[in-house]
Design a protein around this ligand. Sequence first.
Ligand code: NDP
Length: 337
Amino acid sequence: NKQVVLRDYVEGFPRESDLLVTTGTVRLSVPEGSNAVLVKNLYLSCDPYMRNRMSKLVGSYIESFKPGSPIAGYGVCKVIDSGHPNFKKGDLVWGITGWEEYSLITAPETFFKIKHTDVPLSYYTGLLGMPGMTAYAGFFKVCSPKKGETVFVSAASGAVGQLVGQFAKSTGCYVVGSAGSKEKVELLKNKFKFDDAFNYKEEPDLDAALKRYFPDGIDIYFENVGGKMLDAVLLNMKMHGRIAVCGMVSQYNLKQPEGIHNLFQIVVKRIRMEGFLVFEYYPQYPEYLEMVLPLIREGKIVYVEDIAEGLTSGPAALVGLFSGKNVGKQVVAVARE
Ligand code: NDP
């Protein structure tokens, strides 16, 4: 059983060498009398929040990974053996699993069963999984968008951002995204049909860049990066604007988070800034599927994935999120069936 193990708690930027690919043993059946489920991991999801779990955490909403043990994350899996009445051999599921070939899941109740297989299975790590639900909840539930409003999305070509942009377009909003390379900017404009996009790495003055794209200001900011971008956005929000704080990926590797200088704009512009965590919205997953599946089948929503082949490519894929190596949703394909 090949596994990806955390070597030790990480400080600063994670490196590939912080994760070791090793081989452990696994029993290919569920112990007698247990209601665990044994799964074969097919696709593993690389998500920025996993960086937090590589640190020694105290008082967080999640626990640290254990040094010396396989790390864990969202994945698409096939049930090999089951002691649980709700799961049977051959079922396809998505949920939290180990970064290894086979995992024994002791609390399988948290898994979602995959019922629609006419779409790529890997989509359940992205568009049809946690990031999809994040874009849906963050944009529709937190931002309450209206037709004609102006929307700005940062990390816009990633797993979550590419969907927020497309949801915004389907709502009749004007949407601009920022991303970290020319290739990503082209994707935003040509593939995901953002109204416009820019490479934040080539903008010495983010405030001026935003003024160029939003001369009348921003109604909705979908925040993925934090730091300097957030500071510049605060100066460009419209009266009664909304900011959905989804994440702050530019801050995850810093020992000391960057200071934000323009928070008083929240008062001046009566901005509503709200953080959210996707798992609180999981009860609405069926409602999301009902909305999004027809759009995928009709080609009205597209999704770009960056698939790394094999578990051994996992450490580089995960660490690559923090230098923007991924183009689209970063997935690790462990096995195809
Ligand atoms: P992405 O697929 O967008 O991958 C991360 C991207 O972040 C990189 O490709 C890179 O894109 C960008 N990035 C990395 N470092 C920096 C930096 N220093 N400054 C600016 N951009 C940077 O990730 P996701 O779509 O999965 O996640 C997006 C955000 O959503 C993250 O903040 C994540 O933590 C958050 N999230 C929150 C959830 C919640 O429940 N609240 C659930 C899921 C995700 P580029 O090349 O454009 O710089």
